[in-house]
Design a protein around this ligand. Structure first.
Ligand code: ADP
Ligand code: MG
Length: 273
């Protein structure tokens, strides 16, 4: 018999932090790859005009026919913008520099904050995307309308925090924005977790920052800490996730552990619901 059950909406996680260079894109690519490696079906939505997630996944600018700009403008569905990557089970909705102008274009539209949410809601009716289990959104380094679209579309926010002296600075602004989105646009939004990135065990400051962050955020902080690892930073220039470039390096192994922690939290959330 043909099942009449509506396919389940994938779990949508926005990687957000208005600071640049904290590891949002690196985490989107490698967490996405790690989730795909353990059997999840993952879509990475590149919402940064810089397009680093797209480049880092080997999708060069010329082959980005439809992009997240077209999706936010309402010209194409997300399924149409989707491209396969070298990682089985991982697809990408690429971005282009056009995205820089999207805010002006949609600013006066009534549904301007819900553009991405509607596009993701429609995915379950798209034959090509019905088996997706995770959507990871790589946000730009700002709390602009693009990031608001991501938070409005998301079930959860995952915050990458770099282990450096000013790590906590700006975090309260980010938490306030999440609170505002929850109050006005998306009541189901939660902070799924905070992941510490670029940890350097030889640097005393890194350890101090880790202690401070854990003190402040408690069990929101993932046990897995992503180490600073040169293989992780080299991988994008080959258009590959670190997990394909060097699976055994400490960074790749950390992202695999992070993926299983994310899945564990998701299961716990679902059981509690
Ligand atoms: P964001 O998306 O928040 O701006 P990125 O993920 O692009 O941050 O990371 C900023 C820079 O730091 C990039 O050059 C990236 O390759 C590097 N980087 C990120 N994570 C690591 C890591 N674990 N080890 C070494 N370099 C890293
Ligand atoms: Mg980035």
């Amino acid at each position: 018999a043909i099942s009449a059950v509506t396919p389940r909406r994938p779990r949508v996680i926005a990687l957000a932090n208005q600071k640049g260079g904290v590891g949002k894109t690196t985490t989107a690519i490698n967490l996405g790859t790690a989730l795909a490696a353990i059997g999840e079906k993952v879509l990475i939505v590149d919402l940064d005009p810089q397009g680093n997630a797209s480049t880092g996944l080997g999708v060069d600018r010329r082959s980005r026919k439809s992009s997240t700009y077209d999706v936010l403008c309402g010209d194409v569905g997300l399924g149409q913008a989707l491209q396969p990557t070298a990682v089985p089970g991982l697809s990408l909705a690429p971005s282009t520099l056009d995205l820089l102008g999207v805010e002006l274009e949609i600013a006066s539209a009534k549904d301007r904050a819900h553009r991405l949410k509607h596009a993701i809601d429609e995915l379950v009716y798209d034959q090509r995307c019905q088996d997706l289990t995770y959507v990871l959104i790589d946000c730009p380094p700002s709390l602009s309308l693009i990031t608001i679209n991501a938070m409005t579309a998301a079930d959860a926010v995952l915050v990458p925090l770099q282990c450096e002296f000013f790590a906590l600075e700006g975090l309260s602004q980010l938490l306030k924005t999440v609170e505002q989105v929850r109050a006005g646009l998306n009541p189901r939004l939660i902070i799924q977790g905070v992941v510490l990135t670029m940890f350097d065990p030889r640097n005393n400051l890194s350890g101090q920052v880790m202690a401070d962050v854990k003190n402040f955020l408690g069990d929101k902080v993932y046990e897995t800490v992503i180490p600073r690892n040169v293989r992780v930073s080299e991988a994008p220039s080959y258009g590959k996730p670190a997990l394909l470039y060097d699976l055994r390096c400490s960074g790749s192994q950390a992202y695999l552990r992070l993926a299983s922690e994310v899945i564990k939290r998701e299961r716990a959330l679902r059981a509690a619901a």
